[in-house]
Write a protein that binds this ligand. Structure first.
Ligand code: PMP
Length: 389
């Protein structure tokens, strides 16, 4: 819904056309493009290569039987294996529903949770700052092109504190500000960042509907795979029905690729293979994010025009067995200058593209920056921030 054409040239091309003048290079950290993980996957090429012959995956329905009838059995096995390894969510007694990214599963879950016979559409709320893409998908899609009579965006959950007649979307750790969140109502839990590279794993989550985007687990946004762990069989059936009506299932080619890559992550821990050099996937992601957060904090300190959330809380992580800090995939930056109220505009004037706080239900003094872009882009970002006075 919100991916606008930006025509930003790749970094290397821009450098080429601007010579040594890197100040003119546009740094696009608006989208959470997870290219930070690319070098890791380059180094494990053989273990993650998938060959699909012309005669394969021709039927709408893969082998096996499941509530989610279009799900590849190999993918469901690898999803369960990964959650058991990481310990971030319970899979026993749960049904898996696969979607074309977790974005599709947002819609599927809202469809499944909305009372079909209600006179009024049910309201959907979330606490600000909330994840803008999901809200836009819910709000714009339901109001404008689906013209849904089932549900509608109702706004910031703070305004409806004790009213249980809403569906609440909870993203925890949250996009954009990175903190853990809790809810009180019928909920959809987006656990995109409840993974060991971004957060300490404190307990296996047991919420009714838990969403995981493959794009944030391993960085493969382009495969467009996501899954939901769903407690209630009828809700899982309705979510499957939604995807069925929407697209007659989810690409089996993509599902097999996701299964192969998730398998390589688990192999890295369980068999000692599938990883680049001595590092395994989550350790690798965590190390890079740790370094990046340190560098970003330093740059923001030296620049003086902005601030970041104070140190993130830490907790014992059952996956690593150590005390770990939150390391969000986005930086929620605040403009502290008296002569500039709009953080995203100030950054744009220095050729840094971000997303304004207004899109997350917050003020224009905030902007969200991706921490997951490729090294070159992140290095340029740090250099540019240091040069803003
Ligand atoms: N949920 C959250 C909280 C996200 O940040 C993102 C990606 N930015 C998504 C979902 C999107 O997931 P997918 O790529 O699977 O549609």
């Amino acid at each position: 819904v919100v991916m606008k054409e930006k025509h930003v040239k790749p970094w290397a091309d821009q450098i080429g056309s601007f010579g040594a003048d890197t100040d003119s290079v546009i740094i696009d950290v608006e989208h959470g493009n997870p290219l930070m993980y690319e070098p890791f996957w380059r180094a494990t090429e053989e273990k993650t290569r998938v060959v699909i012959n012309g005669w394969q995956n021709m039927s709408y329905k893969p082998q096996g039987s499941n509530i989610c009838w279009y799900m590849e059995p190999r993918l469901s096995q690898e999803i369960v294996r990964l959650h058991r390894l990481v310990g971030n969510a319970r899979t026993d007694g749960r049904h898996i529903v696969v979607g074309t990214g977790s974005m599709q599963l947002y819609q599927a879950a809202l469809y499944a949770l909305s009372p079909p016979e209600a006179a009024q559409p049910i309201g959907v709320v979330s606490t600000a700052p909330y994840y803008s893409v999901s809200m836009l998908a819910i709000f714009e899609a339901s109001a404008e092109f689906l013209r849904s009579r089932l549900y509608q965006w109702a706004g910031d959950a703070h305004s409806f504190k004790n009213d249980a007649t809403y569906i609440e979307v909870v993203c925890s750790p949250n996009n954009p500000d990175g903190f853990f969140k809790e809810a009180v109502r019928r909920t959809i839990h987006d656990l995109a960042y409840y993974l060991p590279q971004y957060a300490p794993i404190t307990a296996a989550a047991t919420h009714d509907i838990m969403l995981f985007p493959f794009s944030k687990v391993t960085g493969h946004a382009g495969s467009r795979i996501g899954w939901a762990l769903v407690k209630d069989r009828e809700v899982a059936k309705k979510m499957t029905r939604f995807v069925d009506l929407n697209a007659l299932g989810v690409s089996q080619d993509s599902q097999l690729r996701a299964a192969q890559i998730l398998g390589a992550v688990s192999d890295g821990y369980e068999l000692g293979g599938g990883h680049a050099g001595p590092e395994r996937f989550f350790d690798h992601g965590r190390r890079i994010l740790e370094e990046r957060w340190e560098r970003l904090r330093e740059a923001v300190r030296s620049c003086g025009s902005f601030s970041l959330p104070d140190q993130f809380p830490s907790a014992g992580c059952s996956f690593t067995g150590k005390r770990m800090q939150l390391l969000p995939a986005f930086a929620w930056m605040k403009c502290e200058r008296e002569d500039a109220e709009n953080c995203a505009e100030l950054l744009r004037s220095h050729n840094i593209l971000t997303r304004t706080g207004k899109e997350f239900g917050s003020g224009p003094e905030y902007a969200r920056l991706s921490m997951l872009d490729k090294d070159e882009n992140f290095n340029l970002l740090i250099r540019r921030l240091c040069s803003i006075s």
